[in-house]
Design a protein around this ligand. Structure first.
Ligand SMILES: [Zn+2]
Length: 335
């Protein structure tokens, strides 16, 4: 892979790409030829993507408290619930109750996952500010995770998109397995570009690229984003969603920032994993990302100390230490 023509070409175009991202939205800290964004939007996925994949089911009041604490720490976009069949995802069966009991901080968007029309109707009734649909870039993962082919999954979303549009609800698209599949191994970047394009064409305002098994590296992240760019996918509509299984998430995020990505999915305390992806550990921890971005002079609007308190709160409820290295280091300093 590293020696491939495609890969060399992507690396060769990196310097040109870095020069081209010096747009008004990329006027943060300057370091050599690289310009980082001045600010980055974080999408906090811990309460849904994170807790859904925890072994224990978390009580509704703990979820509500977690989400309210995240909002108080400065998180402006929080994935709060999922309206999927409780038969498949019992951890998320209380989505309506969670949304009904939130503090609803002003300026905060509370999102819900809605794979079908029934889910969308439930999310509308519960007052979600935004919904999300999800497809995979790998056929094997699609059939294991949502029991249908990639094309079938996209077809299923059409009525969801139509109804959401009528209701004026923004829809986010997720693509999973963008840098590797637990069943198929390597996933072609072109396949990711196709699914991302389909989701945007269907009306998603943004597409989040998920490295579900956390196998991606700085090199494969760069090739993926370059492939999307070449395929005409507008990177300003792309978010990245890294899992930290191999400890590569921060490096991958750095590459994504240099490629012009300004929306990052993160999970407080590194909550999460994936029941259909053996060995996959949690999402990249919000604390780790905020610490890195603070150090780079990139604004996230999130207060790291309040975030640490929130991380400790949910970790305590789950009966284990935070997965975040930054949280552990800050905690050691506190005591
Ligand atoms: Zn995830």
């Amino acid at each position: 892979m590293i020696g491939s023509h495609r890969c060399r070409r992507a690396f060769a175009s990196l310097s040109a790409t870095r020069a081209s991202i010096a747009s008004p939205t990329h006027r943060g800290l300057k370091c050599g030829a690289i310009r980082w964004p001045k600010s980055v939007s974080l999408v906090e996925v811990g309460p849904r993507d994170g807790l859904q994949n925890e072994l224990s089911t978390v009580p509704t009041e703990v979820k509500v408290e977690l989400i309210d604490r995240l909002a108080a720490a400065g998180c402006k976009a929080i994935e709060a619930a999922s309206f999927v069949s409780p038969k498949w995802v019992p951890q998320m069966a209380d989505g309506d109750q969670v949304l009904a009991n939130l503090g609803r901080a002003p300026g905060v968007k509370y999102a819900a996952l809605t794979p079908n029309l029934r889910g969308l109707e439930a999310a509308l009734e519960a007052g979600a500010d935004e919904v999300a649909v999800f497809a995979a870039a790998s056929e094997a993962f699609s059939s294991a995770n949502i029991n249908c082919s990639i094309v079938e999954s996209l077809e299923r979303f059409k009525p969801v998109m139509e109804k959401a549009k009528v209701a004026g609800l923004p829809v986010r698209g997720y693509v999973s397995c963008v840098l590797g599949c637990p069943y198929e191994g390597r996933v072609a970047p072109g396949a990711v570009a196709e699914v991302a394009t389909s989701l945007l064409d269907m009306g998603c305002y943004s597409v989040s690229l998920g490295d579900t098994i956390g196998a991606g590296t700085a090199g494969s992240t760069l090739v993926l984003l370059e492939t999307l760019r070449e395929a005409g996918v507008p990177l300003e509509k792309v978010a990245v969603h890294f899992h930290d299984t191999y400890g590569q998430a921060l490096a991958n995020i750095l590459v994504a920032l240099e490629e012009g990505i300004t929306v990052l999915d993160t999970s407080v305390s590194g909550l999460g994993g994936c029941p259909y992806a053996p060995g996959a550990s949690g999402n990249v921890a919000t604390e780790d990302v905020v610490y890195m971005l603070d150090g780079m002079g990139i604004n996230t609007g999130v207060d790291l100390d309040l975030l640490l308190d929130t991380s400790l709160y949910i970790s305590d409820k789950l009966g284990r230490p935070p997965q975040s290295r930054v949280a552990r280091a800050m905690l050691a300093k506190r005591s």
